[in-house]
Design a protein around this ligand. Structure first.
Ligand SMILES: NC(=O)C1=CN([C@@H]2O[C@H](COP(=O)(O)OP(=O)(O)OC[C@H]3O[C@@H](n4cnc5c(N)ncnc54)[C@H](O)[C@@H]3O)[C@@H](O)[C@H]2O)C=CC1
Ligand SMILES: O=C(O)C(=O)[C@H](O)COP(=O)(O)O
Length: 384
């Protein structure tokens, strides 16, 4: 069996080595000729998969080691009898930790002693938005949930949902929807001039879903008007050819790495390995945990009550701080459009190892029960 796999999927040899020959390829711009003789194709979000790539090939199984599936023509794969698997939820916790870290930096920027003073509107309450809401609510934030498809489906049985307009009235609005077009509640350019007009300089807008959910031109225009909101973008329209003039105008700019914790990436590989094993009728023998190395930072100790006052945010930042990623993206925003696009992909390909909070044990001395609960809410292990 020949498995053609994106070179940026981690641990492909460890998970898939027993199945057959593996050929690593660059996912961006993958050609039909490169996959024609493959039986299995494993991709990430940068490869468009559909008729153009696969018609006439031997491919019978396609796996994407990502949550998002907007790069896959799922209907065509089904018609063509090609089995498809994605990795729902694989890096949801990583994205939730990214947003928490952005929130922490925002509270610091605004000089807030208590970050839970901020109200947070979550748009798209699936695996990512749901995980984020869970953490924020346990931390004591007031959270508003916006998810019209879920509201339609769950009605009175679901949680209380608000409209997009109501979510956009929160101090922080964070977008976690898939990219959809031509359907009810489509998200393409869901946040456009009208929605952006209502945001003020007292607000933060975060997008860690897909770039096309915000209308870039409208955002750039809004950021040139009086009282613009602060903006943190992890995802962009037309990646990797992102708009450098937008980068200049926003507060935090990262190269689509919110989901790039090692745990999140390896779970993505594990989930498509499980799906392929099932398709082939083979037992699932490997687990992501067996391949995760010891983290470089495994313990953080707070030894005084004074330190504990800001302990959560300090610990969170030790695990992940978006500002170095922002700095790296800004340094590659020079040169030609080609050079910038190559730089964007290079930052993603060479992304440093980032571990989730669950890989760190926090030691607290004489702390309050509520502080302990907060550490647990973020995901840290605790030693009292
Ligand atoms: N920045 C990054 O690195 C990452 C980005 N993503 C993106 O985040 C998206 C969401 O991920 P999950 O939560 O795991 O997906 P999910 O499928 O579990 O949840 C998505 C939620 O969005 C809701 N939704 C759909 N249309 C909506 C609308 N018009 N308004 C409000 N809500 C709407 C759905 O009902 C669903 O509850 C993915 O599709 C992917 O595009 C995912 C992982 C990493
Ligand atoms: O899982 C998703 O959906 C994502 O957005 C991924 O984190 C993106 O990673 P790449 O597939 O673009 O490497």
């Amino acid at each position: 069996m020949l498995i053609v796999a994106d070179e940026n999927i981690p641990l492909v040899d460890s998970f898939f080595g027993d199945f057959g020959e593996i050929r690593r390829v660059s996912g961006r711009g993958l050609s039909a000729a490169e996959v024609r003789d493959a039986d299995v194709l494993l991709v990430r979000s940068v490869t468009r998969v559909g008729r153009e790539l696969l018609e006439g090939s031997r491919v019978r199984f396609v796996g994407t080691a990502t949550i998002g599936t907007d790069h896959i023509d799922v209907d065509w794969l089904e018609q063509a009898g090609i089995r498809f698997a994605s990795a729902p939820g694989c890096n949801a916790n990583s994205v939730a930790e990214y947003v928490l870290s952005v929130l922490s930096a925002y509270a610091e920027k605004r000089g807030l002693e208590d970050w839970t003073e901020l109200t947070v509107g979550i748009v798209g309450v699936g695996n990512v938005g749901g995980e984020l809401a869970h953490k924020l609510e346990r931390l004591g934030f007031e959270v508003r949930l916006c998810d019209p498809p879920r509201a339609d489906l769950e009605g009175e049985d679901g949680p209380e949902f608000v409209s997009l307009e109501q979510a956009l009235a929160c101090d922080v609005v964070t977008l976690h929807t898939p990219l959809t077009r031509d359907q009810q509640h489509a998200t393409y350019h869901m946040v456009g001039a009208e929605q952006l007009a209502g945001l003020t300089s007292d607000q933060l807008l975060v997008n860690a879903g897909r770039g096309e959910v915000i209308d870039t031109e409208a955002l750039r225009a809004r950021l040139d008007e009086p009282n613009p909101p602060l903006v943190a973008l992890d995802v962009w329209e037309r990646e990797p050819r992102i708009d450098p003039s937008l980068v200049d105008r926003i507060w935090i700019a990262t190269p689509h790495i919110a989901g790039y914790s090692l745990e999140g990436k390896v779970q993505g590989t594990e989930m498509i390995y499980q799906a392929l094993s099932k398709y082939l009728g083979l037992p699932v023998r490997k687990k992501s945990g067996q391949f995760l190395p010891e983290p470089a930072l495994s313990k953080v100790a707070f030894t005084s009550a004074a330190e504990e006052a800001d302990a959560i945010r300090v610990a969170l930042r030790l695990c992940y701080d978006p500002r170095p990623d922002d700095g790296r993206l800004r340094t590659i925003m020079t040169g030609s459009a080609e050079e910038r696009a190559a730089g964007f992909d290079r930052l993603r390909r060479n992304y440093p190892v980032r571990r989730e909070c669950s890989s760190v044990t926090v030691q607290l001395k004489g702390s309050s029960k509520s502080l302990q609960d907060s550490f647990r809410a973020v995901g840290f292990k605790l030693k009292i």
